[in-house]
Design a protein around this ligand. Structure first.
Ligand code: PEP
Ligand code: MN
Length: 338
């Protein structure tokens, strides 16, 4: 349920409305916009029905939220959320340009790649230390050693870092090194993991599950928001279909679809969505044109030697030339890259 507060209602009166809601054992979320203040109510709304809420001074309207997700919905929070990752902003007109190798392989390799992507204009460095591999015989990541390397290299190149956390037991450890948690496609519905990162105040990059609907994605994010962590960026990375010529099928319509329903930023990962370096640049450009809040791209200085996802990595020079286009597009779209 949302309560629309009358324009120019004094803060003391808004506090009264909130107290009223909390006295009923419900949670109130205040969202102050330029024109209007909205109070979202979460909890057993049955308790509210008997209450003549509309009669409280300052209350203009009481509206039910029809969507199954609440905290993630636009009704609840009409203005775009801006997520702050280190000094980089994502959302509300700011583009997050996340780039780096699939996995952290060594300090030297990551340092080389970071130098290239930074020079090209990336503003967040990625790299996996815990890798969700299909085969248990494939490279699983360097674990804590990888996190240390990521932190050092990120600091050296003045870039905040994002890395995957696969298990609730890893959250404390990853929280010590990363500026942003990544929850991978395979864990989008790992509800215990979602709850655990929801207890932190560290930004989260939540990737769409392999066969998750838009509603599934927005219900998953609700688990994180419920814990009080509102710093979440969603990520489209393609879904499984009958198509075999690409790794997954990129659903670009999810960008305006999510933006209509939610205030959270959404970025696009054309690397995992297509699995093909020849398709990544055009899909990245299309993503920015579709109003995505950024792109997430895997880059490797020597793809044939990469320990994970080498066949989809862009070479540094390819990334560089793509970023030139994306900067021009950002300008056309009225977006900035910090
Ligand atoms: C990754 O970012 O390297 C990754 C494993 O992504 P996804 O979870 O989208 O497959
Ligand atoms: Mn990868």
């Amino acid at each position: 349920m949302i309560i629309v507060v009358r324009p120019q209602t004094p803060d003391a009166q808004i506090d009264d409305i909130v107290r009223h809601i909390e006295d009923l054992g419900l949670k109130a979320h205040i969202s102050k916009g330029e024109m209007r203040t909205i109070i979202g109510v979460i909890g057993d709304e049955g308790k509210l029905s008997a209450e003549p809420l509309a009669a409280i001074p300052g209350v203009e309207q009481v509206l039910p939220i029809m969507k199954p997700f609440k905290l993630a919905s636009r009704e609840f929070h009409p203005q775009d959320t801006v997520v702050q990752v280190g000094k980089v902003k994502i959302g509300g007109g700011h583009l997050g340009m996340i780039a780096g190798p699939c996995a952290i392989e060594s300090r030297e390799i990551l340092d080389e790649i970071a130098g290239h992507v930074r020079a090209a204009g990336a503003n967040i460095l990625r790299g996996g230390a815990f890798k969700p591999r299909t085969s248990p015989y494939s490279f699983q990541g360097l674990g804590e050693q990888g996190l240390k390397i990521l932190r050092e290299v990120g600091d050296k190149h003045d870039m905040p870092v994002v890395t995957e956390v696969m298990d609730p037991r890893q959250v404390d450890l990853v929280n010590q090194y990363a500026d942003m948690f990544q929850i991978g496609a395979r864990n989008m519905q790992n509800f215990d993991l979602l709850k655990e990162v929801g207890q932190t105040r560290r930004p989260v990059l939540l990737k769409r599950g392999l066969s998750a609907s838009v509603k599934d994605l927005l219900m998953s994010v609700e688990y994180i928001l419920m814990g009080g962590n509102h710093q979440v960026v969603l990520c489209e990375r393609g879904v499984r279909t009958f198509e075999t010529s690409t790794r997954n099928m990129l659903d670009l319509s999810i960008v305006p679809n999510v933006k209509g329903q939610s205030h959270l930023p959404i970025i696009v990962d054309p690397s995992h969505a297509t699995g093909r370096p020849d398709l990544i640049p055009s899909m990245a450009r299309a993503a920015v044109a579709a109003e995505a809040d950024g792109v997430h791209i895997e880059v490797h200085s020597c793809p044939p030697k990469a320990l994970s996802d080498g066949d989809q990595a862009l070479l540094p020079a390819q990334y560089h030339s793509l970023m030139k286009d994306l900067r021009k597009l950002a300008e056309v779209m009225g977006k900035s890259i910090s």
